[in-house]
Design a protein around this ligand. Structure first.
Ligand SMILES: CC(C)(COP(=O)(O)OP(=O)(O)OC[C@H]1O[C@@H](n2cnc3c(N)ncnc32)[C@H](O)[C@@H]1OP(=O)(O)O)[C@@H](O)C(=O)NCCC(=O)NCCS
Length: 157
């Protein structure tokens, strides 16, 4: 059954004044999963950088003056694909607002912006053990899993 969309939701580009509320969403997500927050100062710095540095954007969903969710996206010039990639690092909806089309609206906005900027594609990672993966959130929005690529990371001490 189609889930009911939350009414009165506005999706807009974040302003520097949204920084604290975006950070609060991240802290809520850590708490929900029983994780220790990694450090308020580094979180605030990462949010601030996304908000104020060219090439990075944050979009927020708001209702009744409250932030329900946000998306952080990074525009990456990418010679090997002869163009630019939109990399979606964060997509998060507050627990109470999930399943009401807020996340899919934020994602649609990121895609519209990526098209506007002439991006070739939007790329993201989604943990296999997440509810979003289990519920096929991204395939439902038209994303394909790239099983032909290995996803490597090196954590720097
Ligand atoms: C994943 C997430 C952004 C989706 O946003 P949302 O507003 O809950 O999703 P929508 O209401 O737009 O739902 C669209 C589809 O997602 C799925 N969905 C519904 N509730 C969901 C939930 N609680 N978690 C994950 N996916 C959900 C549904 O399958 C729905 O499709 P359907 O209506 O055809 O069944 C949001 O649930 C979230 O923030 N989850 C925690 C953080 C996370 O996993 N982020 C993604 C990391 S890349």
């Amino acid at each position: 059954m189609e889930s009911r969309a939350l009414e009165g939701v506005t999706v807009r580009r974040a302003t520097p004044e949204d920084g604290a509320a975006v950070a609060a969403l991240v802290l809520g997500w850590a708490e929900e999963r029983g994780r220790e927050p990694l450090g308020a100062a580094s979180l605030a710095q990462a949010v601030e950088e996304c908000l104020n540095t060219p090439g990075h954007e944050v979009w927020v969903a708001e209702a009744g003056g409250l932030l329900l969710g946000y998306a952080a996206v990074h525009w990456i010039p990418f010679p090997l694909i002869y163009g630019r990639e939109g990399y979606l690092s964060d997509l998060l909806v507050a627990q109470a607002g999930r399943g009401r089309r807020v996340g899919s609206r934020l994602l649609a906005q990121v895609e519209a912006r990526a098209r506007e900027l002439g991006c070739v594609r939007v790329l993201l990672n989604n943990a296999r053990n997440s509810e979003a993966f289990a519920r096929e959130f991204y395939p439902k929005q038209g994303y394909q899993e790239r099983t032909q690529f290995a996803n490597y990371v090196k954590y720097l001490e």
